[in-house]
Design a protein around this ligand. Structure first.
Ligand SMILES: [Zn+2]
Ligand SMILES: [Zn+2]
Length: 239
């Protein structure tokens, strides 16, 4: 079974995403675009995943709960989960480890948690733009302990990425897949970083607006559509 995917999309829980990145809008736009599988990966939080899960069910597409972790080194890591309880437990774990800057407590920020009908429930108070006190060498095992898979995000990007912030990939970090930006050629990056050979690569939109959600370009081949099978396929199968 071929699943066209976009596994890196931000909702209105992320400060940097547009206001209309609501659960139902994202699910409906992905379905109209022709995608079969999406993940919503907000910075440091999975709190909008329950609503997007239901919106995707209604829109008839598959959904993986996710979040985009920002490590102590300010490296972004896409974290994909098998189920909502795992994602929400991890989200809670990360929230307790945010390295929060001092700021005026009276300033309100738009980090909206919604229900599946796009009704705002509340604004998350913890500043999700902060890094978490979790090191890059610990991320893989940590996310696995919540039933998930950690994939360093947009590793070829000049900021907040494994290669920009650390300059190299150390196999001891123990990742089996990495995300590349749309423009990045896997062969070129392996030439520049031979330590990445054998790595599986994903390409996603990192959409912050509805128009940025991917067209059906990138796909995975899976024997069935169970979340566990999808995660195992991303971890094991070359693209
Ligand atoms: Zn990022
Ligand atoms: Zn992102």
């Amino acid at each position: 079974m071929k699943l066209y995917y976009d596994l890196h999309i931000h909702s209105c829980l992320s400060l940097c995403a547009e206001d209309d990145m609501t659960p139902a809008n994202i699910a409906n736009m992905a379905a109209v675009a022709g995608l079969q599988l999406i993940a919503v990966s907000d910075h440091q939080s999975a709190l909008n995943c329950p609503a997007v899960f239901e919106a995707c069910r209604r829109a008839g597409i598959l959904f993986l709960p996710a979040m985009e972790l920002c490590t102590r080194e300010e490296v972004h890591v896409l974290c994909l989960f098998e189920d909502l309880p795992g994602a929400l437990s991890c989200s809670d774990f990360v929230k307790k480890r945010l390295i929060l800057p001092r700021r005026n407590a009276s300033i309100s920020i738009r980090q909206t948690v919604m229900d599946e009908n796009d009704n705002p429930l509340y604004d998350e108070k913890a500043y999700l733009g902060a890094a978490a006190d979790i090191g890059i060498y610990d991320v893989g095992a940590l996310i696995k302990s919540f039933g998930g898979l950690a994939v360093p995000a947009h590793i070829d990007r000049p900021s907040h990425s494994l290669l920009s912030n650390l300059a190299f990939y150390d196999p001891l970090m123990d990742f089996s897949a990495c995300e590349l930006t749309k423009e990045c050629d896997p062969e070129t990056i392996i030439k520049e970083h031979p330590e990445l050979s054998g790595m599986r690569f994903l390409k996603n939109s990192d959409a912050h607006s509805l128009g940025d959600i991917s067209d059906p370009v990138h796909f995975i081949e899976v024997p069935d559509a169970k979340p566990r099978t999808i995660l195992d396929t991303i971890a094991r199968c070359p693209f």
